[in-house]
Write a protein that binds this ligand. Structure first.
Ligand code: SF4
Length: 348
């Protein structure tokens, strides 16, 4: 198989290709960008700055409603302490991720991110928000996406990542997360983020009740969006990260998909997304099984030391980072630490 594959061809591959066939095609696609036996990684921490949220997604075990018991907002000192701990274990990437908290105005975020940038400079990079939070914040502040993006960029933000996407079909959003955003909003916001000079990524979560066609629609939308960004001269989506739904303690519940299904999906994503350089595998939700996805086309991964959102839904985090890194090495990969890049548009 050569050249770009269609959605119909991707469906055929998923339904009829063996694991070995998918792996071979994904390895060929990976080799267009990366050395075959080499992978990169980061040590990072998700900082869940608030668990108060009004979106009420049925697959979420993390949130509490405003005025419900157990809601919190981290203080500046709490945030700094968590970043300091990350530096001690050798990490340098923070992902801020919280709920849609109606009591936190845009200024709260701008002040927090400016304070982090001032205190840590280039020693720490941070993914300031997910697209989902960004859409909520902009709407809440009654700003356009472009205006909100400019405010955050001017506060020192370099990255707003594609988190909160789960499955990007309007039907999935209506079934599970009808107050989160629409797919049209999601991409419109992501476009504004890119046009402001910040960088972004693509993500996906599988293992709910999504159909094969919904998975393929998500991949198609991602590839089309990347085509559009690159054609306009932007740096485009840095990476595509897929992780798996953790069903414990959620209203929707369900059962986890197998590692094999995850690996196959990583392979299909690598083959289909021929315009995205980095395909990332999720140690957060797959633990040591995540590394086998390197054979299925992934080239990069995080070693997270905290993420309350997925931990509340059943994820377990391994803190023996050397022990984790021994796994890809045992599979024949050299692994190299990667620092988050600064967007070219924001480089002085
Ligand atoms: S997934 Fe995010 S937006 Fe949805 S309820 Fe949970 S915290 Fe809120």
């Amino acid at each position: 198989m050569s050249g770009r594959i269609s959605v119909d061809e991707a469906r055929e591959l998923w339904l009829h290709a063996s694991d070995d066939e998918l792996m071979k095609l994904a390895q060929d696609a990976r080799a267009r960008w990366h050395e075959p036996n080499h992978a990169t990684y980061m040590v990072m921490r998700i900082i869940n700055y608030t668990n108060v949220c009004v979106a009420q997604c049925d697959y979420c075990a993390f949130y509490v409603l405003p005025n419900q018991e157990g809601g919190y907002v981290l203080s500046r000192e709490d945030v700094f302490a968590k970043i300091d701990e990350l530096l001690v274990v050798g990490g340098d990437l923070v992902g801020f991720n919280g709920g849609f908290n109606p009591r936190l105005p845009l200024d709260y975020y701008c002040d927090l991110f400016a304070a982090v940038r001032e205190r840590y400079g280039d020693r720490v990079e941070f993914y300031a928000l997910t697209i989902a939070e960004f859409v909520y914040l902009a709407d809440h502040a009654k700003l356009t996406h472009a205006e909100a993006a400019a405010r955050l960029r001017d506060a020192g933000v370099h990255w707003i990542t594609g988190g909160g996407s789960e499955i990007l079909t309007e039907n999935f959003r209506a079934r599970h997360a009808k107050w989160k955003y629409t797919v049209a909003d999601y991409f419109e916001a992501q476009r504004a983020i890119v046009e402001s000079g910040m960088r972004t990524t693509a993500t996906m979560v599988i293992g709910f009740d999504e159909t094969l066609d919904e998975r393929l629609e998500h991949l198609q939308r991602t590839r089309d969006f990347q085509d559009e960004l690159l054609a306009a001269g932007h740096e485009g989506l840095f990476s595509f990260l897929c992780w798996t739904y953790k069903p414990y303690g959620t209203e929707f519940a369900g059962v986890e998909i197998s590692p094999q299904e995850y690996w196959r999906h990583i392979a299909l994503s690598r083959i289909f997304l021929d315009n995205v350089k980095h395909v990332r595998t999720s140690v957060l939700t797959q633990n040591a099984d995540a590394f086998r996805a390197l054979d299925y086309g992934a080239d990069d991964f995080d070693l997270p030391i905290e993420d309350e959102v997925t931990q509340k839904a059943g994820a377990t985090i391994e803190l023996d980072l050397d022990g984790l890194l021994a796994v890809p090495r045992s599979l024949g990969y050299t692994v190299e630490y990667r620092r988050a890049e600064r967007p070219a548009a924001l480089t002085a």
